[in-house]
Design a protein around this ligand. Structure first.
Ligand SMILES: Cc1cc2nc3c(=O)[nH]c(=O)nc-3n(C[C@H](O)[C@H](O)[C@H](O)COP(=O)(O)OP(=O)(O)OC[C@H]3O[C@@H](n4cnc5c(N)ncnc54)[C@H](O)[C@@H]3O)c2cc1C
Length: 213
């Protein structure tokens, strides 16, 4: 598998910031909860945000059988999927050198509809556990009817790139003595205190949700 293709080499900073190894790509995809799926239909470009999960060298999407996105992607058309983690705002002395520290992945692939019920089950469980770790066994088991109402599609990670900026602000020699604050502002997402609804309010918070925050 050669992930590096003519489509996956950035024109800027390829040597410094791009990588193609499993560890980098998988770790970003395992941390990012959401991705953006881009494809075209009848010459109209679509770019749709969605949840996803990685299993081995694939990412899996799920959605209603009635979803336009899922129906369209299941025909195996060319698709580009991106996922990103924005870690820090990079504050420099000039607007020009302001930047973002990030880790992101771009994937080119064609969707494969998952017909096998066991494979679908594994994907649904993995997605649920990714969003809310250790929750699957706590939940009311998924029914066959629910399974049938839901489509799963997977995309290979055979043609994908990661790109990461993890660095302090850039300064020009000429601006070193200018008294302007510079540094990083972390913007990592947080899981905050749960807000129970009227049913949840009657039940103690389970351990796995305590752990999540
Ligand atoms: C949160 C965030 C904010 C950003 N803000 C800016 C900004 O304001 N201005 C700016 O110029 N850039 C920004 N970037 C970087 C941006 O994503 C591109 O990498 C950048 O525009 C340079 O693209 P390019 O022309 O080198 O890539 P292209 O030549 O257009 O891309 C060629 C191939 O390189 C790979 N590639 C390119 N970018 C990425 C990526 N980010 N992750 C994984 N693979 C990639 C893909 O496989 C792509 O198909 C940001 C990235 C993130 C995640």
């Amino acid at each position: 598998m050669e992930r590096k293709t003519t489509r996956t080499i950035p024109s800027r900073m390829a040597n410094q910031r791009a990588s193609y190894d499993d560890q980098t790509i998988y770790s970003i995809l395992d941390e990012a909860l959401f991705c953006t799926i881009s494809y075209s239909e009848d010459d109209v470009p679509y770019s749709i945000p969605q949840s996803f999960v990685r299993i081995d060298n694939y990412i899996y999407l799920h959605g209603s059988v009635g979803s336009h996105l899922m129906r369209t992607l299941s025909d195996g058309r060319s698709t580009c999927i991106t996922a990103m983690l924005a870690d820090e705002l990079v504050i420099a002395k000039t607007a020009f050198h302001h930047s973002v520290n990030y880790r992101s992945v771009v994937i080119f692939a064609k969707g494969e509809l998952i017909e096998d019920e066991n494979q679908k089950f594994v994907a649904f469980k993995a997605l649920t556990e990714k969003m809310v770790p250790n929750s699957w066994d706590y939940l009311k088991p998924m029914t066959m009817k629910e399974m049938q109402k839901t489509t799963a599609i997977r995309f290979s990670l055979d043609e994908a790139s990661a790109k990461c900026r993890q660095a302090p602000p850039t300064h020009e020699e000429s601006e070193m003595d200018v008294p302007i604050w510079t540094g990083l502002i972390p913007i990592k997402p947080l899981r905050q205190a749960p807000i129970p609804d009227e049913h949840g309010a009657k039940i103690p918070l389970p351990e796995h949700l305590h752990d999540l925050i």
